[in-house]
Design a binder for this molecule. Sequence first.
Ligand SMILES: [Zn+2]
Length: 323
Amino acid sequence: MHQAVAAIDIGGTNTVIGLVNRDGKILGKDSLRTTDYTDPKDLVAAAAKKIFALVDVSRSQNGGCALAGAGIGTPNGNYFSGTIEFAPNLKWKGVIPLAEYFSAALQVKTVLTNDANAAAFGEMYFGGAKWMKDFIFITLGTGLGSGIVVDGRMIYGHDGFAGELGHVIVMQHGRQCGCGRKGCLEQYCSATGIVKTYLEIIRSSDPQALDSLGSTVVDAKTIYEMALSGDENAFYAFNYTGEMLGLALANSVAYTSPQAIFLFGGLAQAGELLFNPTIISFEKNLLNIYRDKIKILPSSLPENDAPILGAASLIWNELPAAL
Ligand SMILES: [Zn+2]
């Protein structure tokens, strides 16, 4: 019988679960609404039920598989303690021992980490970083998340929270961040950051454009579409985002000297609009010993399945190779 792992991605709205084999093939997938569960134990019970159902289905479709472990990606996940700690986007408050709950429900080894670290594991196991030992993985979503891999190992630091590049301060007295401080990178380089940039640009230089927006909801996607259709303000918003991102990434290189930096998430899908200014700013701001050596690449993980593949590779990484 084949081995498979349960991959669980806890999001603010939805929790996605999958059954994944060692080659990264998703044998089954299901989801539930995170917001339906005020007690995390109830979510664990419901998710475990769905996982066992997927294992049952695989018996009839794929010759069956045995559950070898479980991996969890979650906001504010702490790998060392297996807990979610004070996640702002989840209803559950305080410190929740989620890995312990899942391990008890599924009766297998269970590991947990934050969602960006999990996706970075996915890139290392099933994506473009397969043959790399040193790389940085950046998720550009509502916020900016990161995973830093050095010598083939995820950097957790002494307490499990290493790699919060989204909260590196890039502008003194800058934009207010959800973390309580000002000028964090994610306030500039994220889907919400680019909207702020765009609105700032038109407020200061082109108030008529602000009027003509009317009730249009401006989000990263509309800015992308406007930039493609030749809107200079939108194009400049991407340039500014890339400039800030390139500068921050150039600084991060000094710590770990990576082989490549991967960009993942909705904003990264803007392609050249984001990558061109990012790479120009990155090279311009790099110390000369690093120049022209480090690739900035789009993630090769499939956008929708990346969280599941990431959570799966997190646990595969800890299971013996013979499984
Ligand atoms: Zn912050």
